[in-house]
Ligand binder design. Structure first.
Ligand code: ISL
Length: 581
């Protein structure tokens, strides 16, 4: 069995700072607002907070474009406020993870300003600067064909010094050159700045993009677009593991938890290499496959391509990582939602009024019964959903979705009435949905921001029915279910955190139901988990449970559940435990 550690037993609550709680009426969430909600977060049974970036930033990418790692974006508060938050959390036996965005900085960071100032600047090599290429007609061209993750070329020409710089995300997010030793040391000093103040760990943004192939070769051409992914030359590149190990030495000066965000890398072997225990690199990662399940069926598996979720996909991805981690003696995260995606409730289950509560509980059951550290997104505990179909494109303000919409609109002669297919995909997957202001109560602005203020983004009008206040004392609410599940995970941590995992086959459960057993080898206790990912009733017969004693530990339905015959209602979830006597 896996050895014990605090970060394996943690349950992490992700807060998008702009959207959690506005304490001063400027329409934007802030750190004092988060501090005011610590008792609430603790009352859920959650013990760790992951805070998306709160650092000084021009906010072109909502703080993922940092201009000073040691300063706080003024509307969010101050370094002292962060210290207060850390102290309050620690007083409550809770912990804080920060977002570590070091694949790139903002173009307003002092490092980049110096770097771009002249070709001879000592910090020139802290970023990627390359000479132009020229085509047959003598026209200037980018150094290679890589595409930015947010669209267009990843290279941007700087008139003053006559070279291009690389930016895999926005033009205002230049990539740092991790090859440069001085740059790395400066970044480690910034990390120590926060670790010294008591931060307990980091979610490392775009973690595996930090090592690029030294020749920056052209990406493989897969279509007739001018720019191509190129990810094969910058995802999990040649020196990636060196950098992580060097960083790990800094983390080991403290008791630091790390979770690395993986992009483009989803195969067993590469993922295992980051988290295998003897590798001494990261505690866990986020693989992107779990948030990509309804991406396009096109050859690029593009985010806004037309795709469909099928329960078979979650079965396959879940089985794979649950099997791989023990094999490499490693650990993983478990998550369904983050600030870069539509809400899993609306994409993989159902936010239709008649299903919403059951579906939200079913997904909670999934998250909290697997091996791995669970990460939930604020609002998930009350069944927050995507913006509905009655919202037009103006409700969508995130740069990724907007860029995509504008690019397609151009090819359709600017005719908004021809954008129905694009709207459908935005309604499912746009990053805005994961960033909706928290729905605290049914007062104006959902209790997120005072009445009469103008929140920085749309508040989903369903807040009137779906909010914390209306659920907090309601025993059948989604919120009550989360609390019950979180308590259960703690109580049965031998089973649910550390137990082994055995999948039931599709033959056992049918294709719409996900089923697995968790077992504690010391006690022989076994939990059987059945999750109905459809909006129809499903009948399941689990033969291995026919001869055993069992009890229903938790369920979101109250029909009488017989020994090995289970009828799951639409989006039904059942956990049964058996004890060998
Ligand atoms: O958002 C995505 C898909 O919708 C991803 O491709 C995302 O850009 C990628 O996973 C990296 O994400 C992280 O870094 C970005 C930032 O915009 C995201 O919010 C962050 O999670 C650049 O820092």
């Amino acid at each position: 069995a896996s050895s014990k550690a605090w970060w394996k037993e943690a349950v992490v609550y992700q807060i998008y700072p702009a959207s959690f709680k506005d304490s001063n009426g400027d329409g934007l969430g802030d750190i004092p607002g988060i501090i005011s909600k610590v008792p609430y977060i603790k009352s859920l049974g959650v013990d760790t907070i992951w805070l998306s970036p709160i650092f000084a930033s021009p906010q072109n990418d909502m703080g993922y474009d940092i201009s000073d790692y040691r300063a706080i974006h003024a509307p969010y508060g101050t370094v002292e406020d962060v210290q207060t938050l850390i102290d309050q959390l620690h007083n409550n036996n809770m912990r804080l993870l920060m977002d570590l965005v070091v694949n790139h900085t903002s173009d307003e960071h002092a490092w980049f300003k110096e770097s771009r100032s002249s070709r001879d600047d000592p910090k020139r090599d802290w970023y990627f600067w390359r000479d132009p290429k020229f085509d047959a007609n003598g026209n200037r061209k980018e150094p290679n064909n890589w595409k930015s993750i947010f669209g267009g070329s990843a290279w941007h020409f700087d008139e003053q010094t006559g070279q291009y710089y690389l930016a895999l995300f926005l033009p205002s997010q230049p990539d740092l050159n991790w090859e440069n030793e001085d740059m790395r040391q400066a970044s480690y000093d910034d990390m120590r700045f926060w670790l010294d103040r008591g931060v307990d760990g980091f979610r490392i943004d775009s973690m595996n993009l930090m090592s690029k192939h030294p020749d920056l070769p052209d990406g493989k051409i897969v279509d007739d677009e001018p720019y191509q992914s190129g990810a094969e030359f910058f995802a999990s590149g040649p020196r990636m593991h060196d950098y992580i190990r060097e960083m790990r030495a800094v983390f080991d000066e403290y008791d630091t938890m790390t979770v690395g965000e993986l992009g483009f890398t989803n195969d067993e072997e590469s993922v295992g290499a980051y988290v295998g225990k003897d590798r001494h690199e990261l505690n866990m990662v986020f693989t992107g496959d779990i948030v990509d399940m309804d991406f396009g069926s096109d050859s690029n598996h593009s985010k806004y391509g037309r795709g469909a979720f099928h329960p078979r996909k979650i079965r396959q991805i879940t089985d794979m990582w649950q099997r791989v981690m023990p094999k490499v003696n490693g650990w993983n995260s478990v998550y369904l939602d983050n600030h870069d995606s539509g809400r899993s409730l609306s994409r993989y289950a159902s936010d239709a009024p008649e299903h919403r509560s059951a579906a939200a509980k079913m997904l909670a059951t999934y998250l909290l019964t697997l091996s791995g550290t669970p990460f939930m997104l604020a609002g998930q505990e009350v069944g927050m959903a995507n913006l509905g179909k009655d919202y037009g494109v103006e409700a969508y303000i995130d740069v990724e979705g907007r860029n995509y919409y504008e690019a397609v609109l151009k090819t359709r002669g600017g005719d908004h009435s021809k954008m129905g297919d694009v709207m459908r995909e935005l309604q499912l997957k746009a990053r805005d949905h994961g960033r909706l202001p928290m729905q605290w109560d049914d007062s104006a602005n959902a209790g997120f921001s005072a009445e009469g203020t103008k929140p920085w983004m749309t508040i989903n009008r369903d807040y009137v029915d779906w909010n914390v206040a209306s659920q907090v004392d309601e025993p059948d609410s989604v919120l009550a279910y989360w609390r019950k599940m979180l308590a259960l995970r703690k109580e049965h941590s031998d089973l649910l955190t550390y137990g082994s995992y055995t999948p039931l086959s599709e033959g056992d459960t049918g294709e719409k139901v996900l089923g697995y057993e968790r077992q504690c080898h010391e006690t022989g206790k076994t939990a059987l988990v059945l999750l109905n990912f459809s909006d129809r009733e499903q009948k399941v017969q689990v033969k291995s449970f026919a001869q055993r004693e069992f009890e229903v530990l938790v369920s979101n339905q109250d029909t009488n559940i017989k020994a090995h015959n289970v009828t799951l209602m639409p989006h039904g979830a059942v956990i049964k435990a058996s004890y060998v006597t």
